[in-house]
Design a protein around this ligand. Structure first.
Ligand SMILES: Cc1cc2nc3c(=O)[nH]c(=O)nc-3n(C[C@H](O)[C@H](O)[C@H](O)COP(=O)(O)OP(=O)(O)OC[C@H]3O[C@@H](n4cnc5c(N)ncnc54)[C@H](O)[C@@H]3O)c2cc1C
Length: 439
């Protein structure tokens, strides 16, 4: 058990706040709360940044404005599932558990739901990079974001029309791309010379240098600013009794208790924010809220010395996986596996990533390369939108989770929004799409 406390300095302290979960969402939230004068205690059962935030692709995917559930996805789902090298995996032993979620997922593809989810994603994505710049400027780490650009690539030349259609659709939604092929493509990404026919180039796209290092940096800033970190598993949150008490001359609302897995007395805070990623569902059930949150498992390979250089983050439109350069090496990520929190990783999913990456970069098919494998849990709701809200009956208990494939992209903005909500300030955007009881 690690329990570290630092003294408070600087700003006027407003209230005590417990933040549950020290993934990228919890870390950004904890720092933003400190900026606003709160006395923050961060809980995690592990060291910070070891959940989904550890092994993502590091890509700030603001162009991903289409929710996961669309008529197109539903039409292609069976083919994707049956394809042995396809991106969709639904383990048979989990099928019965996932059925209710799938029903909601299918409903989310209805035109009016889809339009509203798309709107919800667009407003988050459009404001994400600015929020990251504010967060990183504040801790003197603006170099952590790199404007690397993104290439969405097609191997098959017969799919030029598909790229043009995608380009038109993106442009209608305000996203500028350049269709590149031939010499222009080679100039941008020489390593794909032999394997890629054409691509859409997103020149403004950004990535982070290294997702886990970013988590560690945010955590050390949090601690240096007087934060407290408690490495214990939160078992139960108990909203206050409704009684008010007087402290330091000011009236405060009732306290919220946070019980951990240890024998100690519960911790007590004036406000609590749940940022427990894919594990948030159980904590919400304990406070009477039921959210259809699933663990959408994703896999990665990291190749420290790949012997091949990529300039951009690369997404394969046909194979549905992403790869890109990070400080730790070349990272290949993908797979949507609806398999819950308990099953271990499936070996064949790593092999699918190997197979697909070799198709784009044949040099990687080299048995002497050192490759590390990892699986993590994306927190995913059926409409692909996160929850950024407060408890309907207990306004001091707030939530920020469920950012599916976009948690890194959204983290700094989600932090600003949830803290604005907590302070009853005007929020930068309409938060109604992210209500906790929308299902
Ligand atoms: C393969 C893969 C690639 C991805 N690529 C990208 C990408 O390129 N760009 C992007 O924007 N997003 C990407 N994502 C998604 C992104 O990583 C997630 O959305 C994001 O990391 C979620 O952050 P989080 O803080 O909500 O959850 P997590 O990082 O999972 O953190 C939750 C934390 O809560 C803790 N916790 C849970 N329950 C408790 C409890 N009861 N008590 C104490 N602690 C608890 C956990 O230990 C964990 O540390 C990817 C995800 C995967 C899996």
């Amino acid at each position: 058990m690690l329990h570290t406390e630092f003294g408070q300095k600087g700003k006027e302290v407003k209230a005590s706040l417990g933040v549950i979960g020290s993934g990228i969402i919890g870390l950004c939230t904890a720092l933003e709360a400190q900026r606003n004068g709160y006395r923050v205690t961060l809980f995690d059962r592990d060291e910070p940044g070891l959940g989904a935030s550890f092994g993502n692709a590091g890509f700030l995917a603001t162009e991903l404005i289409e929710p996961l559930s669309t008529p197109k996805t539903l039409r292609s789902a069976l083919t994707l599932w049956l394809n042995p090298n396809g991106p969709l995996s639904l383990p048979l032993q989990y099928l019965i558990n996932i059925a209710p979620w799938l029903v909601k997922f299918i409903k989310a593809a209805k035109p009016e739901s889809l339009a509203s989810s798309r709107h919800g994603l667009i407003q988050l994505n459009q404001n994400s990079i600015g929020a990251w710049q504010r967060c990183l400027d504040d801790i003197g780490a603006s170099e952590q974001i790199v404007k690397s650009g993104y290439l969405l690539v097609w191997e098959s030349s017969s799919k030029l029309d598909e790229a043009l259609k995608q380009q038109r659709w993106l442009s209608e939604n305000g996203i500028v791309t350049e269709l590149v092929q031939g010499e222009r493509l080679v100039e941008l990404e020489p390593a794909l010379k032999e394997t890629v026919s054409h691509a859409l180039h997103f020149p403004e796209a950004c990535r982070v240098r290294e997702p886990y290092e970013l988590c560690k940096l945010l955590f050390s800033s949090f601690m240096a600013r007087g934060g407290t970190f408690i490495q214990e598993e939160v078992k139960q949150i108990t909203p206050g009794t409704g009684q008010s008490s007087l402290k330091a001359g000011s009236k405060i609302e009732s306290q919220i208790e946070v019980k951990t897995g240890t024998e100690t007395e519960p911790y007590s805070f004036e406000k609590v924010i749940v940022c427990a990623g894919a594990w948030s569902k159980k904590l919400l059930e304990g406070v009477g809220l039921h959210v259809p949150l699933e663990a959408e498992r994703g896999y990665h390979l990291t190749i420290p010395e790949a012997g091949v250089m990529l300039n951009h983050s690369i997404g394969s439109a046909e194979r549905k996986f992403v790869m890109g350069p990070l400080d730790s090496g070349l990272r290949v990520v993908g797979i949507t596996q609806l398999g819950g929190l308990k099953l271990g990783p499936f070996k064949h999913c790593f092999n699918i990533l190997r197979h697909n990456s070799y198709k784009l970069l044949p040099e990687l098919n080299n048995p002497s390369l050192n490759i590390t494998e990892w699986m993590g849990h994306r927190p995913t709701l059926p409409d692909s939108l996160p929850v950024i809200d407060r408890h309907p009956q207990c306004p001091q208990l707030l939530f920020s989770f469920g950012n599916q494939h976009l948690g890194l992209t959204h983290a700094a903005l989600a932090a600003e929004l949830v803290i604005q909500l907590m302070q009853n300030s005007t929020t930068k955007m309409d938060l109604s799409p992210y209500r906790v009881n929308r299902f």
